[in-house]
Design a protein around this ligand. Structure first.
Ligand SMILES: Cc1ncc(COP(=O)(O)O)c(C=O)c1O
Length: 455
């Protein structure tokens, strides 16, 4: 398989979770309001972010996450993105070779790098750190149900038996879920707390999509987002073992600013992580950028409601296209930037689901890449069934259409004419130097193309 460069501008990238629907709003706001002072040219308040940002984040979380116990600035460690925060926290909680439970399909960043030490044995490494991800299969069990905890329990026992000398230290969840785009019910979150308490392990909840929630006509009954902080944790678990991750990349449409946080009431963990923050010292201008957005309550309110509105429109747009082409997908999602869709009809050798079909997934992924489109293939998420792909809907609409058109031609033999004349979109495969992010399109708050396309 050819080496995959996900950053390449020569593909239509519908794999990466960036929100181009709001980037221009953020860029304009920062261009008008961000003024560097000499403080941003100093080492500032130290390696884990400014006091000002920690205070602002505590206020933001207290206002928007409805915590039962108020979050304080000294319970926050800031780093260069949630990827880095995961690294820090697993370093803080695990010894070399310990395990962290993650449920399938799992956000690909929770597992990174893959090695095959022996035939039939795959080891998944949690982001560059000392811990191993211990992936959990659910089969036909709904991953958002209480029953799913039995699967975690099975893996916990197995992992501890299989690996003498090390043990499962934590369970790591993304709520809202990536790639499924759904939220865990409140009562299920309570069961997660009890489960972790019962097994003496930590619960790490990645809430990076907390404000990336939307309503559409098709998801009226979807489970609403509840932060773990909005539950009275002390009633169900040791609060020293419950930690939240959050960041700027998704809810603030600013992947490039690279800011992530850990929120924990555990002073020992905060102290331990503080010893390595020198490796993920946030940049002061980025720190200031988040500060000014959080301090401007009027902007914040407008921004979040607009962000949610545009995500809802983006979701409906892509869901409508998939419906039109008869492509199945996970219904009723209400969070995130993507839809988890079933392309198994295009597998060369469909499998019955008993076999993860990794090779088949890779082959289909390669075909789609060759036609100039990059989707996030299920194998990177440890999907339990072959043929599932994550498609980002928060890309500019003409780009999304162009990507879908290329795929439908490839996979269904359908010709779709897309008129790009009125847009600044260029087909990246025509070798015209292309801005891979098409930032020029992002100034339009309104959809540039509507769903008027002909098949
Ligand atoms: C669930 C989840 N956590 C963490 C990250 C990484 O965030 P950051 O850009 O802050 O490293 C992502 C990015 O896709 C994500 O989906």
């Amino acid at each position: 398989m050819p080496a995959l460069n996900i950053w390449s501008g020569l593909r239509i990238n519908l794999a990466i979770a960036e929100n181009s629907l709001m980037q221009q709003v953020v860029a304009d706001y920062l261009n008008e309001n961000l003024r560097l002072q000499t403080k941003q040219l100093t080492y500032g308040d130290g390696t884990s972010g400014s006091h000002r940002l920690k205070t602002n984040l505590a206020t933001f979380v207290n206002d928007y996450f409805h915590p039962v116990k108020e979050v304080a600035a000294n319970q926050i460690i800031i780093s260069t993105g949630v990827g880095g925060s995961i690294d820090q926290i697993s370093w803080g909680l695990c010894n070399e070779g310990d395990g962290i439970l993650v449920g399938k399909p799992v956000y690909s960043g929770f597992i990174q790098g893959m090695e095959k030490p022996q035939e039939n044995e795959w080891l998944w490494f949690l982001i560059d750190c000392r811990a191993n991800a211990a992936p959990v299969s659910f089969g036909d069990i709904n991953p958002f149900s209480v029953e799913a905890l039995q699967c975690y329990e099975r893996e916990l026992v197995d992992f501890n038996q299989r690996n003498p000398g090390v043990q499962i230290r934590a369970l790591l969840l993304a709520n809202p879920h990536n790639p499924l785009g759904k939220c865990y019910p409140r009562e299920v979150l309570i069961e997660y707390l009890k489960f972790c308490e019962c097994h003496d392990i930590h619960l790490i909840i990645d809430e990076i999509y907390a404000m990336s929630i939307f309503k559409t006509s098709s998801n009226q009954d979807a489970t609403e987002f509840h932060s773990i902080l909005s539950i009275d944790i002390d009633r169900f678990a040791n609060p020293l073992r419950v930690h939240v991750l959050y960041g700027m990349s998704k809810d603030f449409s600013s992947n490039g600013l690279r800011l992530g946080i850990v929120i924990s009431r555990n002073p020992d963990l905060i102290a331990a992580m503080s010893t390595i923050t020198v490796f993920s010292w946030p940049s002061a201008p980025a720190d200031l950028a988040w500060c000014i957005m959080l301090e401007d309550r009027t902007f914040l309110k407008y921004y979040i409601s607009e962000h949610q509105k545009r995500l809802g429109q983006g979701y409906e747009f892509l869901a409508g296209i998939l419906d039109n082409f008869g492509i199945d997908y996970v219904r009723g999602s209400n969070a995130g930037f993507f839809i988890w869709a079933d392309f198994s009809f295009a597998l060369e050798k469909p499998t019955d689901g008993g076999d993860p079909g990794l090779e088949e997934d890779m082959k289909l992924d390669e075909r789609i890449i060759k036609c100039g489109v990059h989707l996030a293939a299920g194998f990177g998420y440890l999907a339990e069934k072959p043929g599932w792909f994550r498609i980002t809907f928060s890309q500019p609409r003409p780009l999304l259409l162009l990507g879908i058109a290329k795929m439908m031609k490839l996979l269904k033999g359908v010709d779709i004419h897309i008129d790009l004349a009125d847009t600044n979109i260029v087909d990246p495969q025509k070798n015209i130097p292309a801005d891979s992010t098409y930032s020029s399109l992002r100034s339009s708050p309104e959809p540039i193309c509507t769903r008027k396309y002909s098949v």
